[in-house]
Design a protein around this ligand. Structure first.
Ligand SMILES: C[S@@+](CC[C@H](N)C(=O)[O-])C[C@H]1O[C@@H](n2cnc3c(N)ncnc32)[C@H](O)[C@@H]1O
Length: 389
């Protein structure tokens, strides 16, 4: 076996990913896994540029769980690819439990963070499977509650994923939690959904403060608005019922789409004439109906884009990049999506483009979480001093 073949194999094994995953992660073409297999076996040789690209690829998981004494422990529910986790890890926390049932999200999560991932949270045995922790993190899916709804006991949230969060909080009594959801959660089902959530958390003796924050106000060029709900254990910290957590003040640093765009982009991201014609036709139909829906074009000078969604992989309609010179527009690359969500540059994307678009669309704007995490942790520290001196 040539040393090139050995180097490539060693690189992949260090990362603990399959041939297909490394091929996807390094942006190789569709049959990249076959090519990579041939390189690894020594049957074929990559050219210098191809070899360099693989050798320059990350060798380590960028966010491995620290073994040193953590400042606090947290759990990551509905973890996706760990967007909420990153700032808590940066601030000296240790993740002691993760739940995510999608196998492709698990792949991205594992390659970046390592550690075990629990699957379906509805199947968890809370006392047995979840170790003690200080902070619960969860960007949970939004679901309606039954009509029985308000002012009832636990039974009325059963069957929804919020119930699983509620149960974990009830049994494990973390000091604090951070929940994230779509902005529409507040208005969902005429406001009932949010009201049930708030009442149930308050009934567990937690403070509840919610705020909608916009990613674009935190330095990433994306108009993504999300609701964040933060709570503290009133019994532990001795807090009054009307205690309000102070969310961070958005720094509102100016943003520009061009700052996150890649310099050289593979022509495969340029959409076809057929797809573009379809976009134009649908836009015209929407216009006739008097609404502003349809695809949206952005340039490098745009201040921000629309919200990146999990369906971006379908046709890219919410964010198309104008390439000028009469060229057809293009979609964002997965790396640009990572940047639009403020993920660090060393975050590894080990999945196909389609999966990556879904994962980043489902994820969070990391810089917003980073600022919330700072406030949450400093608040927790102050409250601890208040009670323990
Ligand atoms: C809105 S996404 C959260 C993404 C995450 N905040 C991130 O940074 O990537 C919700 C996630 O919950 C996961 N999920 C939904 N139902 C689940 C269940 N019963 N058990 C575990 N994970 C679940 C989905 O697969 C999805 O990845």
């Amino acid at each position: 076996m040539s040393s090139m073949a050995e180097d490539i194999k060693a690189k992949r094994e260090e990362l603990g990913i399959s041939i297909k995953e490394l091929a996807d992660a390094t942006g190789m073409p569709k049959d990249g896994d076959k090519i990579l297999r041939a390189w690894e076996s020594g049957a074929e040789k990559p050219d210098k540029k191809q070899y360099k690209k693989i050798m320059e690829f990350a060798s380590e998981r960028p966010y491995v769980v620290q073994t040193r004494k953590p400042l606090f422990k947290y759990i990551d529910l509905f973890a996706g690819i760990g967007g909420i986790r990153i700032p808590f890890q940066e601030n000296g926390g240790m993740c002691v439990f993760t739940s995510e049932w999608d196998s492709f999200a698990q792949k991205t999560y594992t390659v970046n963070f390592g550690g075990e991932i629990y699957g379906d949270i509805t199947k968890v045995n809370i006392e047995r499977d979840i170790p003690d922790f200080d902070i619960l993190l969860g960007g949970f899916p939004c679901q309606p509650f039954s009509q029985a709804g308000l002012h009832k006991g636990f039974s009325d949230t059963r069957g929804t994923l919020f119930f699983n969060i509620e149960e974990i909080i009830r049994i494990k009594r973390p000091k604090a939690f951070l929940l994230e959801n779509v902005k529409q959660l507040k208005g969902h089902d005429h406001g009932r959904t949010y009201k049930v959530i708030e009442e149930h958390l308050k009934a567990l003796d937690y403070t509840v403060t919610a705020k909608v924050l916009r990613a674009g106000d935190f330095g990433v060029p994306q108009n993504r608005e999300r609701i964040y709900i933060v709570g503290f254990d009133r019994n532990y910290f001795g807090l009054p019922e009307d205690y309000e957590f102070e969310f961070p003040v958005p720094p509102k640093t100016p943003t520009r789409l061009g700052d996150i765009l890649e310099k050289k982009v593979d022509p495969k991201y340029t959409i076809s004439q057929r797809l573009y014609d379809g976009h134009l036709r649908r836009k015209e139909e929407h216009k006739q109906k008097g609404n502003g829906f349809g695809f949206s074009l952005f340039t490098k000078d745009s201040e921000y884009t629309n919200t990146l969604s999990a369906r971006y992989y379908k046709d890219g309609s919410e964010i198309l990049i104008d390439q000028g010179n009469g060229s057809l527009p293009r979609k964002l690359t997965p790396r640009e999506c990572a940047r639009l969500q403020g993920f660090p540059e060393n975050f590894i994307i080990p999945v196909s483009d389609t999966r990556a678009y879904k994962q980043f669309g489902n994820s969070v704007a990391v810089p917003v979480i980073r600022e919330i995490a700072k406030n949450l942790l400093s608040t927790m520290q102050k409250l601890e001093i208040d009670i323990n001196g």
